[in-house]
Design a protein around this ligand. Structure first.
Ligand code: ADP
Ligand code: MG
Length: 249
């Protein structure tokens, strides 16, 4: 580990190289940012909580046949992942209207979206991660129509599994952002993280529109109790993981 070389520091994670060029370490930080890093702060224990939640969700998705970059989790806030070339797209799936969809279309917050909406954003902080159309994707040479179809299919599969899993935790998976990458053997795998930083999660035990929020919107909108919301998501995920492993034995 001491030989690990820092490759890149992002807003939420630091990537280190290892002795194996195919393997990276992703260190999850407590740093929180919103609005393209215009707002910055710290969420205590976020690194370990997001690392733990991502670990469980990646393991679960792998078990469902979705290829991911996850290899193992050697420390509470560190994951070994397959080194990939990140596809510069943020693939967003929405089951319930929230966030930019409401701002840009006027659809009321909380409106159910069925079938789920899949959207592609350009992963480019300088440009503010703009929404792309199919034609713009092609124009920018970011993905061929076949690749877009594949990403869309994978994102919808992830959505089916995660929506069901979170429902068993009494949490609604409102929407989420995925990143994909290409491995050295040209396989497309799910990369990055799946956590309350990248998902909107609403507590089904709460009807109040502010109290139900269990994700980074608490930080974005200064709703308070950010840490306890993240802790609560992890607690429910762990309880559900344990319940399903007991059921399997
Ligand atoms: P950002 O500031 O872009 O949100 P993060 O701090 O979340 O960045 O993550 C750091 C970087 O790691 C991001 O550019 C992300 O796309 C990239 N990344 C995630 N998983 C992998 C991987 N398996 N291989 C290479 N890069 C990865
Ligand atoms: Mg990120």
């Amino acid at each position: 580990m001491s030989a690990d070389r820092k490759l890149y520091e992002g807003k939420a994670k630091i990537l280190y190289a290892t002795d194996d060029p195919e393997v990276l370490v992703a260190h999850f930080k407590d740093d929180a940012t919103a609005f393209n890093a215009a707002k910055r702060g710290t969420i205590v224990r976020k690194g370990e909580i997001n690392c733990a939640i991502s670990t469980h969700l990646f393991q679960r998705l792998e078990a469902c046949g979705v290829p991911t970059h996850w290899l193992d989790t050697p420390a509470i806030d560190r994951m070994h992942v397959k080194a990939v070339e990140i596809v510069p797209l943020e693939v967003v799936v929405r089951n319930v209207a929230a966030g930019s969809l409401c701002r840009q279309t006027g659809i009321t917050l909380g409106t159910e979206i069925d079938p789920p909406l899949v959207e592609f954003f350009y992963k480019n902080d300088e440009l503010g991660d703009p929404l792309l159309t199919r034609d713009r994707l092609r124009l920018l040479n970011l993905a061929t129509p076949e690749e877009i179809d594949r990403l869309r299919e994978l994102a919808l599969t992830v959505n089916r599994h995660l929506s069901e899993f979170f429902a068993s935790c009494e949490i609604t998976l409102v929407d989420f952002k995925l990143e994909f990458g290409t491995t050295s053997d040209s396989q497309i795998v799910l990369a990055d993280e799946i956590s309350p930083d990248t998902c909107r999660l609403w507590d089904r035990r709460e009807s109040d529109p502010e109290r139900r929020v269990m994700d980074k919107d608490r930080f974005r909108q200064d709703l308070g109790q950010v840490e306890s919301a993240y802790e609560q998501v992890l607690e429910r995920v762990l309880a559900q993981v344990e319940a399903s492993s007991n059921a399997a034995t």
